[in-house]
Design a protein around this ligand. Structure first.
Ligand code: NAD
Length: 516
């Protein structure tokens, strides 16, 4: 089931954007059927070096281009992206197998990010006056210089959002980019690159390489001047170590085992409907997905009934229309992990309240949305990230217990807290060791708030996307301090001891006047 919009012309144009030998190719999978989707060049380590050199040659002129001219490219990109919605969502679906509504939500991310940074980049990137050492004598300014060539390594679950959405602020800040998408999901990132070039991005500024993670991804880490990585915590740790050896900075957006807390005053109908989306959007293959639900004892039975009923209403299907609520898993590997987690829990005594089966009748990698109860610490799904449509329900007696249970994980990405008393819910959320808390929601409220930072604590990552951090992490702060006259050199006739006394008095005076 290849979408009709993936014409041979488009496939050829996208393949031509890869820095690699057109004679050495591989083929991606059309997830809904398991058949072939697209044939693309495979890059070598030498190609990664070529990509870096081309990007590095193009970058200085781009950094020297006035910001308003740089931003005009992204303004045109925004319009083009919205115009090409159908092709973009087709390609995302074809290479991931997700439902069209999930593909549409993914498509919104680069549009929101572009629009946000178009508004705030002039303020965030402009030179700022800083208080100099001596008022009136020494002036200081802070500049934001681009890092140079930024490497972006992206996963397969949100291939457009987590590549193009992350590299747009890097380009806006004056960098060039070498992008390595996941090998299964290069089409939507390549289409994003194609749209950027059509919008006027200078030649060579964005390079795309494709190939094996450790080899080609490793070569990106070994060459870039800064790295933005999204993927698993295990790979993130390897990358941080490798980047650290060259003293190259990186931001890491990693995995999660995200909790949801249902307080005793929650609106249960709203909570159950929202939880279904928060657990099963993108078939649970979402770093922000909620995989553990803690419910106050007093509402456990009523919430469970409502949640299981909502889960049962989800429509699973393959297809390029908006008919399905949930689509397929993306690979045999993902299907295997999900089935193993559920089978392991079932074998050790958990109760399957909904789902619990693969659905080969719908497509090779479909699995039902699954709700478990009675999950204990010896079961894999208790603490390991399933990264699929599997969620476990647990009771709690009071707020302190809910916080303790929710925090019982090395991860710290995202949480949802549900309660009619929003202040109480938000106060409980602030006690959770997670980067984002959604009150009466699962993940969309925090993720969609592009003005607010987004990322993980603990094993869920380093650094943030979105907000000021999401742009400034791609820059180096540079201070230019200018001494107006030689005021810091003591005059030759003044003994240094006397100079030290005068300066000490000055420090006292400056403190009193609150000038320094
Ligand atoms: P992964 O770590 O296996 O791969 C991610 C990317 O890194 C791929 O492009 C892969 O080819 C590359 N890669 C793999 N090994 C590498 C290495 N040694 N050196 C350099 N690059 C390497 O992760 P995945 O299975 O593709 O993605 C799923 C994981 O990503 C889940 O844990 C999920 O929670 C996480 N994730 C996090 C976020 C977030 O924003 N925090 C978003 C999406 C996914």
């Amino acid at each position: 089931m290849t979408p009709p919009t993936l014409t041979p012309d488009l496939a050829e144009r996208l393949a031509a954007l890869v820095t690699g030998d057109p004679a050495t190719t591989y083929t991606t999978t059309a997830v809904f059927t398991g058949g072939d989707l697209a044939t693309l060049p495979r890059s070598t380590v030498a190609d990664v070096h070529t990509a870096y050199e081309r990007a590095a040659r193009a970058q200085p002129a781009w950094a020297d281009t006035p910001l308003a001219e740089r931003l005009a490219v992204f303004d045109r990109f925004h319009s083009l992206l919205l115009r090409e919605r159908d092709i973009v969502t087709d390609l995302i679906q074809a290479e991931t197998g997700k439902a069209r509504r999930d593909a549409f939500e993914e498509f919104c991310e680069p549009a929101l990010v572009t629009s946000y940074y178009l508004r705030v980049a002039p303020r965030l990137l402009r030179a700022r006056r800083r208080a100099g050492l001596l008022p009136g004598v020494i002036g200081a300014r802070e500049l934001r210089q681009p890092k140079g060539v930024v490497g972006i390594i992206a996963p397969w679950n949100y291939p457009l959002a987590l590549s193009i959405g992350d590299l747009i602020p890097a380009l806006i800040a004056g960098n060039a980019v070498v992008l390595k998408p996941d090998s299964q999901t290069p089409l939507s990132p390549l289409l994003g690159a194609d749209l950027l070039y059509r919008a006027g991005l200078p030649d060579d500024l964005l390079q795309v390489v494709l190939g094996d993670g450790p080899v080609i991804g490793g070569a990106v880490v070994d060459t870039c001047d800064y790295l933005g990585f999204t993927g698993s915590s295990a790979t993130g740790a390897l990358i941080a170590e490798r980047a650290g050896r060259r003293l190259v900075g990186c931001s890491l957006e990693l995995g999660g085992k995200n909790p949801m807390v249902v307080l005793d005053d929650a609106d249960l109908a709203h909570t159950a409907r929202t939880a279904v989306r928060a657990c099963f959007a993108n078939a649970g293959q979402l770093c922000l997905s909620l995989e553990r639900i803690y419910v106050h004892d007093s509402v456990l039975d009523r919430f469970t009934d409502a949640f299981v009923a909502e889960t049962g209403r989800l429509r699973l299907a393959a297809g390029y229309d908006y008919g399905a609520d949930m689509g397929s898993l993306t690979s045999q590997r993902a299907l295997k992990t999900v089935a193993e987690h559920v089978d392991d829990a079932r074998a050790k005594g958990a109760t399957v309240l909904a789902g619990g089966q693969a659905r080969p009748d719908l497509g090779p990698y479909f699995y039902e949305p699954t709700v478990l109860a009675g999950v204990t610490p010896d079961m894999r799904c208790h603490a390991e990230e399933t990264f699929g449509p599997v969620v476990s329900l647990y009771p709690f007696a009071d707020d302190d217990e809910a916080v303790a249970l929710a925090n019982q994980t090395p991860y710290g990405l995202n949480a949802g807290v549900f309660g009619r008393d929003r202040r109480r819910a938000a106060a409980l959320g602030a006690r959770l060791r997670v980067g984002t808390v959604n009150v009466n929601d699962g993940f969309t409220s925090a993720y969609g708030s592009t003005d607010a930072p987004m990322g993980g604590m603990g094993a869920s990552g380093l650094g943030r996307r979105h907000g000021a951090d999401g742009l400034l992490k791609y820059t180096e702060a540079q201070t230019i301090a200018t001494q107006r006259f030689g005021a810091l050199n003591p005059p030759r006739w003044l003994p240094y001891g006397l100079y030290a006394k005068v300066m000490t008095r000055s420090l006292r005076l400056l403190r009193r006047l609150r000038l320094r």
